[in-house]
Write a new protein. Sequence first.
Length: 184
Amino acid sequence: MPRREFIASVPAFLIGGRLLGSSEYWPATGQKQGEVSEVLTSEELEIVSRSAMAKDLMNYYKSGYSCAESILYVALKFMKKPRKLFWAASGFGGGIGHKDLCGFLTGGVMAIGLSVGDLKVSREEARKICAKKVDEYWKWWASLAPYKCSDIKTEGRTSEVCKRVGRLAAARVEELIKSLSPRS
């Protein structure tokens, strides 16, 4: 394509990308925003029933711990790390306090990073591994729910939607941690 045509097409490309990016549909599910199920499917129930972190999550979530704190707390227990590290997630609950990025997403990313820190590899290799696992988690999340709290727990929804998302996130984070190194 000649340079002049390319430059002339950039605004259309950017506008088209903006329109596609603002779609009311999520990429992997085809669900409309606000339609995140509050109830685990039988397949999801099986997944969370096999996960120590998912089972433990409800002991903390909404019991004085935010979404970010609760997922990080159960990950710390699972990894046998000092539990006081959960304070690193204290500012991330409630979508960083502004109904933005979901705390189950951000707390899960923190847990993955802490798990990578246990690997006996160079810092450069650890960063690559961490980026790969976070990317896996991020893409998995996109198939589950929107990134923002305000798009998950929309007006009129109960916290059951958050409980479902949190339990599934805990199970996925546990799976990613296990894939890094064998743990009991």
